[in-house]
Design a protein around this ligand. Structure first.
Ligand SMILES: *[C@@H]1O[C@H](CO)[C@@H](O)[C@H](O)[C@H]1NC(C)=O
Ligand SMILES: *[C@@H]1O[C@H](CO)[C@@H](O)[C@H](O)[C@H]1NC(C)=O
Ligand SMILES: *[C@@H]1O[C@H](CO)[C@@H](O)[C@H](O)[C@H]1NC(C)=O
Ligand SMILES: *[C@@H]1O[C@H](CO)[C@@H](O)[C@H](O)[C@H]1NC(C)=O
Length: 445
């Protein structure tokens, strides 16, 4: 009996846990939703029907077992009956067997009690079973009539929420595609104008081609919008640029293109200008993506820069700025628009970059210190001002850091978080289109 119930509850569990089999990434037209839900409900009825079958089988087994026990008891009774009649025949030995008879009587009593108990037990079990059966029947009935039980209702609601999210993503993707196709058409008409010869066929085929958008994504967020949700190395191709590999940090709100990561000191960040321009390190470990690549990604639109860092107590903090990064001609000037006032935490980079802050390396000294080369004095390349505000490309010090200040100050630091002489444990810098904010959900789902 226990096992039968176990089977049933297992079935129900599987049903409620597995959700519905039609949840797929990609473009599901919302119109097909209701039909699929019907199919799903039928599947569930099948699962429950299978559970019922199992239950019936187990019930039958139990009844068989009880039958055997009853037969045993019956045999005992028969034996008793026989000895009773034997005794009736042999009345002379009746007295002699009086004692034995008493004993037999006791046995009879015991057997009778046993029998009655057994019968009651069977009765009771039959009642519980029939109750369970009718409850299941009710559930199946209500499911068939579309009046779903509370569990099913919940699952369906969750499902429809997911469908809505998917539809929203599809819509966003559609927007992007529309924009791209508009851009393509503009370009096409420009080409057409510069080549005044009538080429109707060529135009038609180009018109058709814009419906097959196998264009490479321009950044990680576009990959996210195309359905990629796993962080890792991807190839992107920003507008008017070669394609190259980046590490994408896929979060709930979008795809971030990681431009810098420090975590273990495995890569030497004390590099010359050319290395900072083109990038170095390993995308799966520590790296600097390269000023040229960062500029290429962020130049066409509004972008935000997010910086996260952690200390050796595994505390962490982060800042987020809207930003512009100039090209080579500006020495990759970082400009962070004045958003009223910067918070104390933000001020280690924000305040100095309001008017644009060029990048510096030891062989390209563009910092604000007249008498000092910050990159040489400290280490690595950064948007240095007076050498003392921040440098996430400094030397990596394991804990505990060196005792001497002049050494420690070459480390990775963010003055307004852990101070000028605290070498941080890790940092990550990543960028994404500013409209990523619009996709953020109030609570993570
Ligand atoms: C007991 O014996 C009587 C008479 O011999 C018979 O009618 C009856 O069916 C027997 N009962 C059982 C359980 O064997
Ligand atoms: C009847 O059952 C009781 C307790 O179950 C036991 O002590 C007694 O010996 C039994 N009587 C006979 C005659 O088997
Ligand atoms: C992005 O590129 C397109 C096409 O080159 C251009 O029309 C648009 O102005 C650019 N947007 C920004 C913000 O630079
Ligand atoms: C860029 O850096 C070089 C080398 O430090 C410097 O000579 C040049 O003047 C800088 N250009 C601008 C626009 O700041």
């Amino acid at each position: 009996m226990k096992t039968a119930l176990g089977h049933l509850s297992l079935c129900l569990l599987v049903l409620s846990a597995s959700g519905f089999p039609f949840e797929r990434k990609g473009s599901t037209p919302p119109g097909a939703k209701e039909k699929r839900v019907q199919y799903a409900a039928r599947d569930d009825v099948n699962i429950i029907a299978h559970g019922l079958l199992q239950l019936g089988q187990n019930l039958k087994e139990h009844v068989d077992k009880t039958k055997v026990q009853m037969r045993d008891i019956f045999n005992k009774l028969k034996a008793f009956n026989r000895s009773m009649s034997d005794m009736g025949k042999d009345s002379l030995r009746l007295q002699a067997r009086a004692l034995e008879m008493e004993d037999r009587e006791g046995q009879l009593l015991n057997v009778t009690v046993e029998l009655r108990d057994k019968a009651e037990e069977v009765q009771q079990e039959r009642r519980t079973m029939s109750e369970r059966m009718s409850r299941i029947e009710e559930k199946v009935d209500s499911m068939l009539q579309g009046d779903k039980g509370p569990d099913i209702q919940l699952v369906l609601e969750a499902q429809s929420r997911r469908m809505e999210e998917l539809a929203e993503r599809v819509r966003l993707q559609q927007d992007k595609l529309d924009k791209q196709s508009t851009r393509l058409r503009t370009l096409q008409s420009q080409i057409q104008r510069s080549r005044p010869r009538p080429e109707a066929h060529a135009q038609n085929s180009a018109e058709e081609q814009r419906d097959s958008p196998v264009e490479m994504a321009a950044d990680c967020h576009q990959l996210f919008l195309r359905g990629e949700t796993t962080s890792g190395v991807y190839t992107i191709q920003p507008l008017h640029s070669e394609h190259f590999n980046v590490f994408c940090e896929m979060t709930a709100d979008g795809g971030w293109t990681v431009i810098q990561r420090r975590q273990d000191g495995s890569v030497d960040f004390d590099q010359p200008w050319e290395a900072y321009e083109n990038g170095f390190g390993s995308l799966n470990g520590e790296f600097w993506l390269g000023l040229d690549h960062i500029h290429t990604i962020a130049k066409n639109g509004s972008y935000v820069l997010e910086i996260k860092f952690s200390d050796w107590g595994d505390d962490s903090a982060s800042v987020r700025f809207p930003f512009k990064l100039g090209g080579k001609e500006s020495n990759y000037s970082l400009r962070i628009p004045d958003s009223g006032t910067f918070s104390t935490l933000e001020s280690s980079l924000g305040t100095d970059a309001v008017l644009g802050l060029p990048f510096s390396t030891s062989d390209h000294d563009n910092d604000h210190k007249v008498d000092m080369n910050c990159a040489k004095h400290l280490s690595g390349g950064w948007w240095f001002t007076n050498c003392g505000r921040s440098n996430l490309n400094g030397r990596y010090f394991q804990s505990p850091p060196p005792k001497q200040r002049h050494q420690r100050k070459q480390g990775i630091f963010w003055k307004t978080w852990r101070g000028r002489y605290y070498p941080l444990k890790s940092s990550t810098m990543m960028i994404a289109p500013a409209d990523i904010h619009k996709l953020e959900k109030p609570t993570g789902s």
